[in-house]
Design a protein around this ligand. Structure first.
Ligand code: FUB
Length: 421
């Protein structure tokens, strides 16, 4: 059975750790999440290194669109990599602009810049375009780009108790005005998000409550303020950081945020979604954080065209148990399961679904594809399928390799769904 949700649950994405969700609805009618990726094991937020994008039509089932950028791709980035923090994406005149904070030097805290990458597609083929001159410096992280009804684009950054905003030029990667402090925010920490509803501009952000950041908001009649503080709308989650985006999709408003429910660890976070409601006067009601059934389906679940593979390996002898039905048990750390000869079609993106059983609360398996590291995959006992989108070669010589990283786990089979890129 491949992962298919008919009832919503939080966290939404369980197979890898994702944080800082920026959600956008694009012209293809789908909703996309641009998230940062907490690398497991974590070292603070230092090792965060790559961005995956997720999309959906029904809000319950999320396609992993694959990785769009990692620190190795950033020509001007710090030599040690990591620190690919909360991103955002914007669309203008046929181009998608992906914005991300990243330090340019070893001394990361003093060298933050806001990078930009562009593509003609919402979730693939992004090409790095350098960083935006005039932004950045100490703690100026968490870019948010808002495009107003008149087509004017604004960029906001902020961290370390300071939030700034300014207008972008039409090229979307240079500044039209000087960054100015956003006035009127109470207890601003980071995680700026700007949206507009009924002619009112909203600026949401996380506050400084020690170890348990909440989300607050302010409103204005202008995209660059001054702002009028309005209150807290997300109480603490299971996480010390808080970061979210507010989006309308098919007539309903949602809050995308993250918590630590899967890991129990502050730097291994997971994206969640809940309804967001407004009062008659435009103020925001406190978001109710749900575990199951909090939101309803808004459309069709995805259609799969799977090729199914059973594991073939012998290299690790008695560390692996083979089952008559083709399943393989990976009972020890370092036991390995190989899937050679996986058909990659014409080559390109493919989602690998791994059907498993485990009694562990949170088993973990390390995935490599053709010797490329593709992260640790979470296998919580509340699920039976983990999935991730990777790149396969053209033809049938792809090798998928699973190494047990934590806990006993039985791999029933993997299934591969090729994108029609
Ligand atoms: O994910 C790294 C950092 O943690 C983000 O940039 C902040 O907003 C906080 O969520």
């Amino acid at each position: 059975m491949i992962l298919m949700r008919t009832v919503s649950q939080n966290p939404v994405i369980t197979s890898i750790f994702t944080a800082d969700p920026s959600a956008h609805v694009w012209d293809d009618g789908r909703i996309y999440i641009y998230a940062s990726h907490d690398m497991d094991p974590a070292r603070g937020c230092d090792l965060m290194d790559r961005y995956h994008v997720f999309s959906s039509e029904d809000m319950l089932n999320w396609t992993d669109e694959g990785e769009i950028l990692r620190s190795d791709d950033v020509s001007w980035g710090r030599p040690e990599g990591g620190f690919m923090w909360a991103p955002d994406c914007a669309y203008k005149n046929g181009v998608y602009y992906f914005y991300y904070p990243h330090p340019s030097g070893t001394n990361w805290n003093d060298t933050w810049k806001i990078g930009a990458a562009t593509s003609k597609s919402p979730a693939k083929d992004f090409v790095e375009q350098g960083y935006i001159d005039g932004l950045g410096g100490f703690a100026m992280i968490d870019p948010c780009v808002f495009i107003d009804d008149d087509g004017k684009a604004y960029i906001y950054t902020g961290g370390g108790n300071r939030c700034q905003g300014c207008e972008l030029n039409d090229d979307m990667i240079s500044l039209k005005t000087q960054p100015a402090d956003m006035e009127g925010l109470a207890d601003f920490h980071e995680a700026t998000w700007v949206f507009k509803r009924n002619g009112i501009y909203y600026l949401t952000y996380s506050d400084n409550l020690p170890g348990r950041n909440r989300m607050r908001y302010a409103i204005s009649e202008n995209p660059l303020g001054p702002w009028t503080y309005k209150g807290i709308f997300l109480e603490p989650t299971s996480c010390d950081t808080s970061h979210g985006s507010v989006v309308e999709y098919k007539g309903q408003w949602y809050l995308f945020y993250h918590n630590c429910d899967i890991s129990g660890a502050g730097n291994l976070r997971s994206v969640c979604i809940d309804y967001l409601y407004f009062n008659g006067d435009g103020t925001i009601k406190t978001v109710v954080q749900t575990k199951k059934g909090g939101i309803k389906s808004t459309g069709n679940p995805p259609v799969f065209d799977m090729r199914k593979y059973h594991g073939i390996t012998g290299a690790y002898g008695n560390k692996i148990t083979f089952h008559k039905d083709g399943a393989i048990s990976l009972p020890l750390e370092d036991s390995v399961c190989n899937y050679p000869n996986v058909d990659g079609g014409n080559g390109g993106r493919a989602t690998i679904y791994i059907n498993y059983e485990t009694d562990e609360k949170l088993a973990k398996v390390h995935l490599t594809v053709n010797d490329t590291d593709c992260s640790l995959l979470n296998m919580p006992d509340t699920e039976n399928c983990a999935y991730i989108t990777v790149n396969l070669h053209k033809g049938t010589d792809n090798i998928i390799n699973l190494t047990n990283a934590k806990g006993n786990v039985k791999i029933n089979y993997i299934a591969v769904d090729l994108f029609n890129d």
